[in-house]
Each structure stands twice: as C-alpha cells, then as structure tokens.
Design a protein. Structure first.
Length: 92
C-alpha cells in the first residue's frame, strides 16, 4: 500500500517494530501495555495510522527503550548537535 509518510517516519516505525520484536513482545502484549487494541499496534506498524509525539514516547516507555534509540540517525545527530550547542542552565 502506498504511503504519504516521509521515509524517516517509516524508518522510525520500523525501528519501533524491531525493538518490540527484539524484546519478544507481541502486538497484543504491547497493546495491553498501552491500553490499546492489537489492531492499533498493527495499524501503526504498517503506517496506516500515525503516532504523535506523546504516543511515540508512551510506546518507547512500554518497550523500555529511549526515544533516541529509534530515531533515524540524521535526527539523532541533529538533536545531539543542537543540545551540545545550548548553554548549561542553572540547576542541571
């Protein structure tokens, strides 16, 4: 099925799916952790349904991974460069 999603989004979803499978978590198990039906997980993993940022963060928490771990490399590098350029704030 053709998708209107950017290649980076498709890669991100692929990385989420790979992380789920690497932890031997089924779509049903993940759905239970997220309080969502298995069909929701399937639709996300086939790019029929798009995750928003908060849903992606919840997904990562449910898998026990960091969001950075599943971002495509160009985004990780860009974010790291951005945060490296920021001055330290008081209290950190």
């Amino acid at each position: 099925m053709p998708t209107a999603h950017r290649p980076q989004y498709i890669e991100f979803i692929s990385r989420l799916r790979q992380a789920r499978k690497a932890k031997s978590i089924t779509q049903t198990d993940l759905g239970e952790r997220l309080n969502k039906p298995q069909s929701f997980i399937s639709k996300v993993e086939t790019c029929e349904r798009r995750l928003d940022l908060l849903e992606a963060a919840e997904w990562c928490l449910a898998l026990g991974i960091k969001l950075d771990d599943v971002l495509p490399p160009e985004y990780r590098a860009s974010l790291e460069a951005h945060y490296d350029d920021q001055p330290a704030t008081e209290g950190q």
